[in-house]
Ligand binder design. Structure first.
Ligand SMILES: Cc1cc2nc3c(=O)[nH]c(=O)nc-3n(C[C@H](O)[C@H](O)[C@H](O)COP(=O)(O)OP(=O)(O)OC[C@H]3O[C@@H](n4cnc5c(N)ncnc54)[C@H](O)[C@@H]3O)c2cc1C
Length: 408
């Protein structure tokens, strides 16, 4: 186990500074344009691929940092640059993690490279779980996957929604129901390879924030994929379903869901994105407050403004510490006995919403215009309390975990 320290090591500092440079020089200057265009910033993704930020190698290196801080540090810097563009850069990683977590070595080797493409021909990937009637309530998912034994193919039918990169992805990872009686335990994940007939993009959503990130419906109509596209393989699925049926027969004792543990481990990454946006807005507000003069003095000379900045900075630092704690616990296999992953996501996302609103207020009229980045950051921040589990769902998870009660 890595020794606990509050300091980044030299290698981490180098990576952080390198990422910060990319965020400051490439992402931030492009942010307003791609927000207005509401399109995937392909040239920026390509630039990230050229320097090695948009790649599985980079993601894996950060992921396996033994301190656990590689991913949160990377997320904070990229999202400090701009949330919409950063999500376009890391969205593929979220789908890749789905394959890394559940796929066989062969599936990982086959599909992950196709998710990224290469620097001359970049591709993106999408993770499609949410449906119009199954957001927080994942168990009510309707998309079905039926096995056609004669052809060793799975046939997928249903409609996914709010999929980041949905429809424009080279590879889609789709979660579907294979046994409706088992609720969320009867779900499985499938790779839908490039250009598979039957998969199409439904509506592309016009959004409040993170507008450089593509979000769309994905329609699946008799989508046939080879048996080898079931993540983890059929044998493992059959074993898992048999165990779930046994448990259901034995009275459905509440088991610790493996997916739950995965969420606890991945939520800090979303918390880190929120820390990036919050820190960015705080920094703009601090600079502005020091230079904007009213009543013959900088506005920060008023405690009413200065104390807000003090609170903003304190919240950002507290959020980062919760994120780092949960990330360190995840890499060291510590049990999340108080849902520390959810805690970090809850606190960081609420912090981002609050701090960006405070920053907007400190910039006054300018904060309300698109002349300054805080207006965009304020819109972007609203996503963090919604995706990867809303704040209410995080509170539910924390309350259930600390109380041991089935709170509804
Ligand atoms: C920009 C964007 C990108 C996304 N990307 C992806 C993606 O790539 N892949 C993917 O699969 N999904 C994605 N999502 C979907 C996202 O994860 C869902 O929107 C989220 O899980 C919430 O589901 P919902 O929108 O259906 O809200 P609902 O579940 O309908 O919730 C509505 C409100 O009710 C509250 N609520 C619901 N149940 C309870 C409860 N039991 N107790 C208290 N309050 C409750 C919620 O907290 C919320 O405030 C994305 C969404 C957005 C907006």
């Amino acid at each position: 186990m890595a020794e606990f320290t509050m300091e980044l090591n030299e290698e981490q500092r180098e990576v952080r500074d390198w990422l910060h440079g990319f965020a400051a020089d490439v992402i931030r200057p492009a942010a307003a344009e791609w927000d207005e265009r509401e399109e995937t910033p392909w040239p920026v993704i390509q630039e990230a691929a050229k320097v090695g930020i948009y790649s599985l190698d980079f993601y894996a290196q950060q992921y396996f940092d033994p301190t656990g801080l590689g991913i949160p540090m990377a997320m904070e810097e990229l999202f400090w640059g701009d949330a919409g563009i950063a999500l376009s850069i890391v969205g593929t990683g979220l789908a890749a993690v789905g394959v890394l977590a559940n796929g066989t070595e062969e599936q990982i080797g086959t599909w992950i490279p196709q998710m990224y493409g290469d620097a001359n021909d970049v591709k993106v990937a999408a993770f499609c779980s949410s449906e119009p009637d199954a957001g927080s309530d994942v168990a009510s998912m309707r998309t079905r996957a039926v096995y056609d034994e004669a052809k060793d193919e799975w046939v997928l039918n249903g409609t996914k929604t709010w999929a980041t990169n949905g429809g424009i992805a080279n590879v889609h990872v789709v979660v579907a129901v294979v046994d409706a009686e088992l609720g969320s335990k009867g779900h499985a994940s499938f790779i839908v390879p490039p250009n598979t007939p039957g998969l199409s993009q439904g509506q592309k959503f016009k959004k409040h924030g993170i507008r450089a990130s593509h979000t769309a419906e994905v329609v699946l109509e008799d989508v046939r994929v080879p048996g080898s596209c079931l993540l983890g393989g059929k044998e493992k699925l059959d074993e898992r379903l048999a165990r779930a049926r046994e448990r259901a027969k034995a009275g459905g004792e509440r088991v610790k869901n493996a997916a739950m543990a995965t969420f606890e481990a991945s939520r800090p990454a979303v918390g880190a994105m929120a820390v990036g946006t919050a820190r960015a807005a705080y920094e703009v507000a601090l600079e502005y407050a020091k230079t904007r003069e009213q009543f013959g003095r900088p506005i920060i000379d008023n405690q009413g403004v200065a104390f807000q900045l003090a609170d903003m900075r304190t919240s950002v630092d507290a959020a980062r510490l919760l994120v780092w704690r949960a990330s360190w616990m995840a890499i060291n296999g510590k049990p999340f006995t108080a849902a520390e992953g959810s805690q970090s996501k809850l606190f960081a996302s609420e912090t981002a919403k609050k701090v960006t609103a405070q920053a907007l207020q400190i910039l006054g009229g300018n904060g309300y215009t698109r002349e300054y980045p805080v207006e965009r950051m304020h819109r972007d921040a609203a996503i963090y309390t919604i995706f990867e589990g809303t704040s209410e769902i995080q509170r539910l998870v924390i309350a259930r975990t600390v109380s041991g009660m089935s709170i509804r």
